[in-house]
Write a protein that binds this ligand. Structure first.
Ligand SMILES: [Zn+2]
Length: 442
């Protein structure tokens, strides 16, 4: 039976102003059948058609949130994981908990860019595991010695594949030369990836790489792009510096993660080539908190840690400057939390950090409508509009008045996923997962 959710304040995810006295009908098939605003239920004849009516007075309705840069597969402590100190059983347990936590935080869709293999999203899709809709890149494509080869520095590279847990979690795969890239990308698709992620610059957390390094050649990236396009999907790249970023754009990638050094000229090029950008602010905030503790404690290793942190601090400062620049140039700007380990249940902090640079509305639109575009699911999810899948969050306070509401699950009254109640304080939490309709990735 269809259900009317009435007397809401509607924040529909398109950027339109909040609308009081709004009413949304969710149909049997889990889609949004009607959206009405500005009149009372009586005047609109709501309730006269036999549909259920749920009075939601005082509630604020937004689309279900989307995280465009997640690592559900890296849900255990990352250092322990790379030391091979975490059993397969514990790895699986932590991944399943992270999937469940995402739903509890109002994230009904996740674009996972490194680690999670296809069978986990498939379990969720079949209703056998509680979690959000997940699109995954599977293992990250890296060059030997590049960002993503996260293991002990003196571990023989030949042994790197022992970090793989095929079918559950593989952080990265190593390739050198276009032929190896092509083979590994094909293997990644075989294991259920929806898109491909590559590292084209160094990173912060991999020992021996530097964010100013470039990685992979244009022909190597192009091999991945060809394979992705042959399957109707695309390549996104981890890129901190502009040299690596520009080479990747030349090779045909369609999305940039981080983009810490993007300037006006590069932003204009991204807009022109319709390449999206996903800034990631939360890891900087987490490092800031951790370094504060290290500074207070002092002792052995503190100096080295703080030196590493200063590099990150510059990158984060860079990303904060990139957001308004890219916005002005007309770049499609997503929102990604990029949190690993157990703290990924706090992924909504990315909206708070973004709102400090822009405002809560801009953060919400990036996390809903624009992230749906980056997932290529804009016809299916991302806004509260007739015909879309009913992935919806009902908040007990306005997240536009106080953006911290997004991080407070006590203020998340109800989460609908495909029209079914799956989380929220209203007590309608489905203990079992609800299967969702797999939309085609266009
Ligand atoms: Zn990441």
């Amino acid at each position: 039976m269809a259900t009317w959710y009435t007397n809401l304040t509607l924040i529909d995810g398109t950027g339109a102003a909040a609308q009081e006295r709004s009413h949304v009908r969710v149909d049997d098939d889990g889609t949004i059948g009607a959206v009405e605003s500005g009149a009372d239920t009586g005047a609109l004849g709501i309730g006269g058609d036999g549909a259920d009516v749920v009075d939601c007075a005082g509630r604020f309705l937004t689309p279900g949130l989307i995280d465009a840069h997640s690592h559900l597969g890296l849900a255990s402590d990352i250092d322990a994981t790379m030391r091979l100190d975490v059993s397969v059983a514990e790895t699986a347990r932590d991944i399943f908990e992270a999937c469940s936590d995402a739903l509890d935080a109002g994230f009904t869709t996740i674009r996972d860019v490194g680690g999670l293999e296809g069978p986990v999203p498939d379990l969720i899709r079949r209703g056998r595991l509680r979690g959000p809709r997940v699109l995954t890149s599977g293992p990250v494509q890296c060059q030997t010695g590049g960002h993503g080869q996260m293991g002990p520095r003196f571990e023989p590279t030949e042994l790197f594949d022992c970090h793989q847990i095929v079918g559950l979690r593989t952080a990265s795969m190593l390739s050198d030369g276009p032929d190896e890239v092509r083979r590994n990308v094909r293997e990644t698709f075989r294991r259920g990836a929806d898109l491909i992620k590559m590292c084209v610059t160094g990173g912060v957390i991999t020992v021996g790489t530097n964010p100013s390094d470039t990685q992979f050649t244009v022909p190597e990236v192009r091999a991945a792009v060809e394979e992705a396009e042959a399957r109707g999907t695309y390549v996104t790249v981890h890129a901190h510096n502009n040299a690596g970023l520009l080479a990747a754009v030349e090779a045909g990638v369609k999305c940039i993660e981080h983009g810490s050094e993007v300037n006006r000229e590069v932003a204009e090029l991204l807009a022109e080539k319709e390449v999206a950008l996903v800034p990631t602010l939360a890891p900087g905030e987490i490092l800031r908190e951790r370094s504060q503790k290290v500074r207070e404690r002092g002792g052995q290793g503190a100096d080295a840690y703080l030196k590493q942190f200063s590099v990150t601090e510059r990158l984060i400062a860079g990303m904060s400057e990139v957001v308004p620049l890219a916005r002005e140039a007309g770049v499609l700007l997503g929102l990604g939390a990029d949190i690993t380990g157990p703290r990924q249940r706090e992924r909504a902090m990315e909206l708070v950090l973004r709102a400090k640079i822009e405002d809560p509305m801009a953060a919400l639109v990036s996390a809903t409508r624009d992230n749906a575009r980056i997932c290529r699911l804009e016809d299916t999810i991302g806004t509260v509009e007739v015909g879309k899948v009913a992935d919806l969050c009902f908040w007990s306070e306005s997240p536009l008045d106080d953006v911290e509401v997004f991080t407070d699950t006590a203020k998340l009254a109800l989460v609908l996923q495909g029209g079914r109640a799956v989380a929220g304080t209203d007590g309608t939490t489905a203990q079992t997962a609800s299967p969702w309709v797999q939309p085609a990735l266009s």
